[in-house]
Each structure stands twice: as structure tokens, then as C-alpha cells.
Design a protein around this ligand. Structure first.
Ligand SMILES: [Zn+2]
Length: 402
């Protein structure tokens, strides 16, 4: 089990990161995410850049304060969405020209502008700008794409190093939360060994009344607290190219490494093979992040292989479609067989949904197209994922201490 010190949280790994695409984990308020024990969530740079715009968020002190989320945030580089949502994109050495999926307007992302956007958003962890290689791709294409990602990684790091002090919370330490008596909460920041100010959600209990106009979310008070930039390994489905990509990315030097370009339509066995072989080439003393994966079974499998961080839209997206993950397997709550089922969704789940509601009621909400169906389903699925990862950490801890 590892511990990752970020400006807004100390994260126990392996960790699952719920996806909050547009500064919102769909269907679930931030206080509920805290209650479920989410340590870090993801924001998508592409979506936030288009709406509400980086400048709006930057002026409000960054993403943490904008969305009132006191724990850690990771933003992706925008690369994956540009590649997956834009059929008309144009890629050159400089960067990618793409059209907004919202209004068709033309935009340009380069390694530099993607870093600038992510610094403006102010997540704890940001990602180098990469090219997500499509699947299938031939050998020449996989190599060219991997090499482009390596050059873009170097440019990303250069820009980041020169501009990391521009993060919106770097110089606003005096805006720490004010308690009920108008005093700053003494316990709201602690110092970690690495010199980062770690921020804990518990320091701001919900019992504390919120002064009007005062943001509830604190910002790090240590002037040296900065974001971390992670590199991304590409190389398609070729083990040799993956090895070379890992080596070249490590040579540039990042505090963490991600495996990108998977879950793009390849068979699951191939995903596993590439993950396993790529992990061998990544340093075990730095966090290793597998992007965009996977099912509850897969996140356990990959955590046991040594992956420290994972994110996936599956628990939240499936929940909105009535697909629920339980300790007894998957349940499609729309099925008529649950219409009179008084049992909880998952008898082994401690979440507030399983403690309170029956399958019959959840099925009724879904069939009636009630908003509450999506909310409750999302709470359960995320709770199941976060609990699954908690159990993995526990078993790793037991293994380490025996
Ligand atoms: Zn539950």
C-alpha cells in the first residue's frame, strides 16, 4: 500500500478515482462523495476548457474552490477527448486543431496550451499532453504516434516547469476558511514530510456554519505547494514500443507515470498483457496510473499487479443505465423480476442506498424515469467501487505486515 502526498490530500493507494467530467461527478453531490470516502476525483480539461472556460475557473481560485471539493483532483490533458470526440481533428507536430462538440467552433491544443489550461484549473495532479493511438493501428503508425507523445511530453514538462507558479491557489493562502467566530481554523492544514500542505476534508465539518461569501474549501497555505505533472506511456498494442515509450518518458522525468491508450476497443486479454508488460518498465517507487479502466474485477486485478491509480466512467455511467455492481454480481435493475423484490440491492453493501431501499423501489424509480433512480444507483455503484479498492488496500496491508 502506498501513500501519495498531494497539495489537497494524502491519498492511500491503490486508489479509484471517480470521474467528474465537467466539475461534477454526475448525479452525486460533493458532500456525498466525501462521505463515500472518495480521496481524489478526475476532471476533464477538454470539457472544462469549452465550458465554463479555464479563465472562469482560474478567477474563482481554481477547480477545488469552484466546485467546492476540498480533496485531491486530477485533470487529464484533453488529449483523449480531442481524439475520441473529434472526427475532424487535425494533428501536426505543433498540436491538434479540433472542433467543439458543443457548437462546432475551432480550437487548438498544444502541449503548451494544454499545460496552461491545466495550471489554470489548478488540479493537484495534471497530465502531459499525449496522442492516444487509435486501435487498430499498424506498426509505423504506432511508432510515429509514440514518438510524437514523447516529444510532446518533453514540451509539456518544459512549459510546466516554467509556469507552475501560476497555479491559482499558489498565492491565495490568506483565503483559508474562516470558522464560526471569524478565526481561521488552526487545524485546516498540516505539513507533510515532502513540504506540501496537505488538506483534509475532516477539518471542515459540516456542522460548521458557512459564512456568506466565504468559500468552504480551503487552499493550501504553503507557498511551495505546487501541482504535479505526470507523464503518459503510449505505444499502442506493441510491447516493445511500450517499453521504449516508458524509457523515454522516464528519461524526461516525472513524479508519476500513466499507462494511456488502453480500453480503446482492444480485447481484454490484450489490455492485461500490455498493462503487465508496461508495468515492468515503470519505477515502483513512483505512482503508476492506469487510465480509463475498468470493471470491479479488473480494478482488483490491476491493483494486484501494482497499479496505484485508476479511473473509469463505468460505475457512474452504468448506474445511470440501471446496471449495478454488487458483491453477488451485476444487476440490471430495470428487469421485471425485481418488481416485488423486498431485498436490498446488495445485502453485503453498507452504503446508504442498500441500508434503506429495496430492489423493488429502485426498480420502480428506474421504470418511472425518476431522477432519484440515477442518484441512488450512482451512490451505490461508486460506493461499491470505493469499497472494493479499500478491501484491496486492506489485503495488501495484511500481506505486507505478515
Ligand atoms: Zn450499496
Amino acid at each position: 500500500m502506498g501513500r501519495l502526498i498531494a497539495p489537497h490530500a494524502e491519498i492511500e493507494t491503490p486508489v479509484f478515482m471517480p470521474v467528474g467530467t465537467v466539475a461534477s461527478v454526475k448525479g452525486i453531490p460533493q458532500e456525498t462523495l466525501e462521505e463515500l470516502g472518495a480521496q481524489i476525483i478526475l476532471g476533464n480539461t477538454y470539457h472544462l476548457y469549452l465550458r465554463p472556460g479555464v479563465e472562469v475557473i482560474r478567477r474563482m481560485g481554481g477547480l477545488h474552490r469552484f466546485m467546492s471539493w476540498p480533496r485531491a483532483i486530477l485533470t487529464d490533458s484533453g488529449g483523449f477527448q480531442v481524439f475520441s470526440l473529434n472526427e475532424l481533428r487535425k494533428v501536426t507536430e505543433d498540436g491538434v486543431t479540433f472542433r467543439s462538440h458543443l457548437d462546432g467552433s475551432s480550437h487548438f491544443f498544444s502541449p503548451e496550451s494544454a499545460m496552461q489550461a491545466q495550471i489554470g484549473l489548478g488540479a493537484d495532479i495534471m497530465m502531459a499532453f499525449d496522442e492516444c493511438t487509435e486501435y487498430p493501428a499498424d506498426g509505423d503508425r504506432m511508432r510515429a504516434s509514440m514518438e510524437m507523445t514523447a516529444r510532446w511530453a518533453a514540451r509539456s514538462k518544459k512549459y510546466f516547469e516554467e509556469h507552475k507558479n501560476e497555479v491559482p491557489w499558489a498565492c491565495v493562502g490568506t483565503d483559508a476558511p474562516v470558522g464560526p467566530e471569524g478565526r481561521r481554523s488552526e487545524s485546516s492544514a498540516v505539513w507533510s514530510a515532502s513540504g506540501f500542505a496537505a488538506e483534509y476534508g475532516e477539518a471542515h465539518s459540516d456542522a460548521e456554519p458557512r459564512s456568506p461569501g466565504k468559500p468552504k474549501v480551503s487552499v493550501p497555505m504553503h507557498s511551495e505547494a505546487t501541482q504535479a505533472l505526470f507523464g503518459i506511456v503510449q505505444g499502442g498494442m506493441n510491447r516493445e514500443l511500450r517499453k521504449e515509450s516508458a524509457e523515454r518518458t522516464i528519461e524526461i522525468g516525472f513524479p508519476g507515470y500513466a499507462i494511456g491508450g488502453l480500453s480503446v476497443g482492444e480485447p481484454r486479454a490484450l489490455t492485461r498483457e500490455i498493462v503487465e508488460s508496461t508495468l515492468e518498465h515503470l519505477p515502483a517507487d513512483k505512482p503508476r496510473y492506469l487510465m480509463g479502466v475498468g470493471t470491479p474485477e479488473e480494478i482488483v486485478e490491476y491493483a494486484n499487479l501494482g497499479v496505484d491509480m485508476m479511473d473509469c466512467v463505468l460505475p457512474t455511467r452504468a448506474a445511470r443505465h440501471g446496471l449495478l455492481f454488487t458483491s453477488e454480481g451485476r444487476i440490471s435493475i430495470k428487469q421485471a423480476r425485481y418488481a416485488q423484490d423486498e431485498a436490498p440491492l446488495d445485502p453485503n453493501c453498507p452504503c446508504r442506498v442498500c441500508q434503506r431501499y429495496s430492489r423493488a423501489y429502485l426498480r420502480h424509480l428506474y421504470a418511472s424515469n425518476e431522477m432519484l433512480a440515477q442518484v441512488l444507483n450512482t451512490i451505490h455503484n461508486l460506493s461499491f467501487y470505493l469499497d472494493t479498492m479499500r478491501r484491496v488496500r486492506h489485503s495488501i496491508q495484511l500481506g505486507e505486515s505478515s
